[in-house]
Design a protein around this ligand. Structure first.
Ligand SMILES: O=C(O)CCC(=O)C(=O)O
Ligand SMILES: [Fe+2]
Length: 402
């Protein structure tokens, strides 16, 4: 694979970058080695969200402005009950945004901790004309949002807002597909505990159950957890954290907190995404092993891919299609430069579409195009050479594996 092995053992602290780094520096020191960085508030200073959603005097959410800007029509939002566990996650439901804000404000005024956490709220998709923030240049090489916002069969994205009062939290996890995330704090403080990759064996039991809350670990069930290595940091208002691929983490809100978070991936963590898909598939095959003898070979492949898609949100065709879309775009950039990027983005933006597109990165916001092409081709070739994956793709609608 086209990536040097990553070594986390010499990492002693998480860098704080007062001034936002150039794209080239961010690529070299954080994206490629897969290391976290906390970036100072200059990165988000000009965002309307920072100016409009926070009371300048108190630093608390401006509940009246949020209601005025976001609640003219009823909006249903996803929420989690932080006090009720549901397997590896919290109990999820939906509620009306105005009702959520009213309840949050009442608790905040009474200095009471909250248990309802608005999370994974597709903000840009819900408010396409709001322009509450601009994706910083260092995070523009984002294939997940580029791909999902253009898919004709699925108007989706990974651009979220999180809102929660004091005491709300996100349990211990690694992100979807082992993607990166970035998280910008609009107000409040987030306490992050981050665990470098490759320590899963220390926080899993024999049955592959994983620790849920790092503050309440059953030492009998997870005797090795205390051997794990982690970094704790406090993210203040305006600061942005880059969370690398495959780093497990838990996040706890201190005070009333609003953040903007994207999940994303690109050529620098593509190998980790592929590893993650392969290991998710192995897990599915283990779970379904008792059915294998009852099926023919092709039925088995299809069943495993179906379960993989429903458990993990992707299958071979998802990874194949994302890489193919990026490959086409990179080849166009090699031939035509950036010109078409701006034109494509502006014409597509004029189409009435539920999810506004995420524009592809300019040449200056990504690694050398030849390197990206080699990395994408390595993954496409890996898939072509895997007999089950190749058979599955050859029988998937609209895919040509040539
Ligand atoms: O802010 C939170 O509660 C969770 C954020 C998170 O897990 C992430 O950005 O990856
Ligand atoms: Fe996360």
């Amino acid at each position: 694979m086209l990536h040097a092995p990553r070594d986390y053992s010499r990492l002693r602290q998480i860098d704080y970058l007062e001034t936002p780094p150039s794209y080239a520096a961010f690529l070299e020191h954080y994206l490629e080695p897969n290391l976290p960085a906390l970036i100072g508030p200059a990165l988000t200073e000009s965002w309307p969200a920072r100016q409009q959603w926070v009371c300048p005097d108190t630093g608390k959410p401006s509940f009246a402005t949020l209601r005025e800007h976001l609640c003219h029509t009823p909006v249903q939002v996803p929420v989690a009950d932080c006090q009720t566990r549901d397997y590896t996650d919290q109990k999820r439901s939906v509620m009306d945004l105005k009702e959520f804000l009213d309840e949050w404000e009442a608790r905040s005024s009474a200095d009471q901790p909250s248990r309802t956490y608005l999370k994974d709220f597709h903000f840009v998709k819900t408010f396409p004309d709001y322009n509450a923030y601009q994706t910083p240049e260092i995070f523009c090489d984002d294939w997940m949002n580029e791909f999902w916002t253009r898919r004709e069969d699925m108007d989706d994205d990974y651009r979220f807002v999180y809102c929660g009062g004091d005491g709300t939290f996100t349990p211990f996890h690694a992100d979807v597909y082992r993607s990166y995330s970035w998280s910008a704090n609009i107000c409040g403080i987030k306490k992050w505990t981050l665990f470098p990759p490759d320590q899963e064996h220390l926080f899993q039991d024999n049955l592959h159950n994983t620790v849920y809350d790092i503050n309440n670990v059953d030492r009998a069930q997870f005797p090795n957890f205390e051997k794990s290595r982690s970094f704790t940091l406090y993210q203040n208002p305006g600061q942005t954290l880059f969370v690398p691929s495959g780093w497990w983490h838990q996040v706890e809100n201190i005070g009333d907190t609003i953040s903007i978070n994207h999940n994303w991936c690109n050529g620098s963590n593509l190998d980790l995404l592929l590893d993650s898909l392969v290991s998710d598939l192995k897990e599915v095959e283990r779970e379904l092993a008792h059915l294998k003898d009852m099926m023919d070979e092709h039925e088995w492949i299809e069943t495993c891919q179906k379960v993989l898609l429903s458990n993990s949100g992707w299958d071979w065709s998802t990874l194949w299609n994302m890489c193919s879309v990026v490959r086409e775009r990179v080849k166009r950039q090699m031939e035509q430069g950036d010109h078409h990027i701006r034109t494509d983005a502006s014409t597509e933006n004029q189409k009435p579409k539920e999810t506004p597109i995420f524009p592809p990165p300019m040449i200056s916001q990504q690694p050398p195009l030849e390197l990206t092409l080699r990395r994408v081709d390595a993954v496409l070739n890996f898939i072509r050479q895997d007999p089950s994956a190749a058979w599955f793709l050859a029988h998937s609608k609209g895919i040509s594996v040539e």
